[in-house]
Write a protein that binds this ligand. Structure first.
Ligand code: NAD
Ligand code: ZN
Length: 355
């Protein structure tokens, strides 16, 4: 089964395992990773209600499951505080560890709790959405939202272990699987090669939830992310390429108050926008794959929302002196950072929404 070792310059090291049925093996995997103290298992309440037996079977090893009802609106420091209080009540010491089982909201919050509790205890990330398996679960960025915006507080805290079990994704709503596939397609376009061919061949079958189809796509995306974050632990360089499609994507999410699009839908639209202003020769191949992500996406925005999206892009924290930072492709597998003029920003936004 694919095991990927991710060494960081800070000395931290993450072991990433992608394996069907791995959830049941979590206790032995933690022990093999040298985690032997008292554990605190925190999981997403919706996941708990859907996969209760599998989670309860972990209680002998990890103690009572703490199931938290989470959503983007509840991704707050108050939630992190609750988690830390529970870790404390469980008597977890420095030799203990946190096991975070859920989507990106849960892994970001529980990872932050692990970073803060006793000034940092080890943690294990068990992402249970496709988006979290291919993106949020690995890389050590943890965080919570403030009223002023998403992920405005957080810490880098690398998980000791990341366990991706594709079997967990069977209960995921179809729309959430497509959302995760947008990040996979992003990786495929950044890399080309076998991952791109797999996506072209199996995208719809993977969206239908077949774990056997999902497995190689998850592995390909995780390998790319692992390589990138290992070389750039704190996002000073190549890690920025992972923002491909996100300049327009984030702007669309903000302009529609996070209510119209899933993150992956916004990213897929953003990929279409970035491709439109990229000088790549194989644009048609790239676009036809991105289009498959957008079959069921309603991309109508009113004039005020379009204007808000444009404003959000130019206000983006990566924007400098009127120029907006974009990831463009010189070709499939050949990303580049570019400063883009307001005129090209508008062109990208228009193309993104020209479904
Ligand atoms: N740390 C990072 O590097 C990073 C990267 C990308 C995204 N993120 C963060 O991740 C979050 C989005 O993650 P997400 O898309 O996983 O959202 P999420 O955690 O809100 O999960 C989406 C929904 O799926 C449910 N769910 C989780 N697992 C399930 C399962 N197996 N079956 C059925 N339902 C399940 C959840 O209850 C929720 O309703 C955002 O807050 C974003 O900021 C972080
Ligand atoms: Zn993303």
């Amino acid at each position: 089964m694919p095991t990927i070792e991710v060494p960081f310059a800070s000395g931290a090291k993450t072991t990433c395992l992608i394996e069907r049925g791995a959830l049941a093996r979590l206790p032995e995997l933690c022990a093999a990773a040298g985690l032997s103290g008292t554990a605190g298992l925190i999981c997403d309440a919706r996941l708990f209600s859907l996969q209760r037996d599998a989670l309860l079977s972990l209680q002998p090893a990890f103690g009572d499951v703490l199931a938290r009802p989470l959503s983007e609106a509840r991704k707050s420091l108050a939630e992190v505080e609750t988690m830390c209080e529970v870790l404390s009540a469980r008597g977890i010491q420095r030799d203990g560890f946190v096991v975070a089982v859920g989507g990106g909201v849960l892994t970001d919050l529980a990872g932050l709790a692990a970073a803060l509790y006793l000034r940092g205890v080890p943690w294990v990330s068990v992402p249970t959405t496709l988006l979290a398996q291919v993106d949020a679960g690995l890389g050590g960025k943890t965080g919570a939202n403030l009223r002023a915006g998403k992920n405005l507080v957080g810490a880098f805290h690398q998980p000791r272990l990341v366990v991706c079990d594709p079997d967990l994704l069977v209960t995921l709503p179809l729309r959430e699987r497509w959302s995760g596939l947008a990040e996979v397609v992003k990786c495929a376009l950044l890399e080309g090669g076998a991952l791109l061919e797999r996506c072209e061949q199996d995208l719809e079958k993977a969206a239908a939830g077949d774990p056997q189809m999902l497995l190689p796509l998850i592995e390909g995306a995780v390998r790319l992310k692992a390589r990138v974050v290992a070389g750039d632990e704190r996002e000073g360089g190549a890690r920025a390429f992972l923002n491909f499609g996100h300049t327009v994507g984030h702007a669309l999410e903000a302009a529609t108050l996070y209510a119209q699009f899933t993150h992956g839908e916004a990213v897929a639209l953003g990929l279409r926008g970035a491709l439109a202003i990229s000088p790549l020769a194989d644009r048609e191949r790239a676009l036809s794959l991105v289009q498959r992500l957008l079959v069921a996406v309603d991309c109508k925005l009113n004039a005020a929302q379009r204007e808000a999206a444009l404003q959000a892009m130019t206000r983006d924290k990566k924007a400098r002196a009127g120029q907006v930072r974009f990831v463009l492709l010189d070709g499939i597998g050949a990303p580049r950072l570019a400063e883009v003029s307001p005129k090209d920003c508008l062109a990208a936004l228009t193309a993104a929404l020209a479904g």
